[in-house]
Design a protein around this ligand. Structure first.
Ligand code: ZN
Length: 219
């Protein structure tokens, strides 16, 4: 995976630190300073006064929040999975349902959020179940389109597990649809990404889709 330059230039990494505290986002102070200037200007452009008391710390808060919300660029699925891969002859579907996800659409930089349901059929290797939500997180914490998010999660699991198949269903609501334009308050977007037997075998696919939508749970 190609990492953004800012990661390579991160002084903490150059010092050889093994962990970067995600709360301590002031590590790259030049970048944060520039980020704050841009947000300050944004405030002016929407007609605000950045010197108003309530807004004084807003550029710094927004810069930190946005850095945190897009921290997935600095994460790598193979790294978050680490050594949590085990040899196992389990041959049935493994599914983690209702993984909460929060992402931002790349067209409007507004949030979309919902749930992911991720399943795979192992081919000799299984992954620690708690790692699957972390893989979702790696790709959700970037600017995204929902369709690509599902594809990337599916591809990452194919890469690390070489399973017989993978299925990812994402149901989400998009604030860019809810808050602006058409204001379609209740429409959910559902996407599915299928690999291997989930794509090629009708029975596997329908079992997965049935498990992923047992009662069309709303939120
Ligand atoms: Zn959008």
């Amino acid at each position: 995976m190609i990492r953004p330059t800012r990661d390579l230039l991160d002084p903490a990494l150059l010092r050889g630190a093994t962990e970067v505290d995600t709360d301590e986002m002031s590590v790259d102070t030049d970048r944060m300073h520039e980020f704050e200037q841009v947000i300050r200007r944004q405030l002016e452009l929407v007609g605000e006064d950045p010197e108003r008391e309530g807004l004084l710390k807003t550029p710094s808060r927004v810069a930190k929040a946005l850095s945190w919300l897009t921290r997935g660029y600095e994460l790598d699925p193979a790294e978050v999975i680490g050594d949590a891969i085990f040899n196992e002859n389990h041959e049935n579907m493994v599914m983690v349902r209702d993984i909460e996800l929060y992402s931002m659409c790349e067209h409007h930089m507004l949030p979309f959020f919902g749930r992911a349901h991720v399943a795979y059929i192992p081919d000799g290797k299984i992954v620690g179940l708690s790692k699957i939500p972390r893989v979702v997180e790696v790709f959700a914490r970037r600017l995204q389109v929902q369709e690509r998010l599902g594809e990337q999660v599916a591809d990452a699991l194919v890469d690390v597990l070489r399973p017989k198949g993978v299925g990812v269903v994402i149901e989400a609501v998009h604030l860019c649809m809810m808050m602006r334009g058409v204001e379609k308050q209740n429409s959910r977007t559902i996407t599915s990404s299928l690999r291997g037997v989930f794509r090629d075998d009708a029975r596997t696919r329908s079992e997965f889709l049935r498990l992923a939508h047992p009662n069309g749970a709303g939120y």
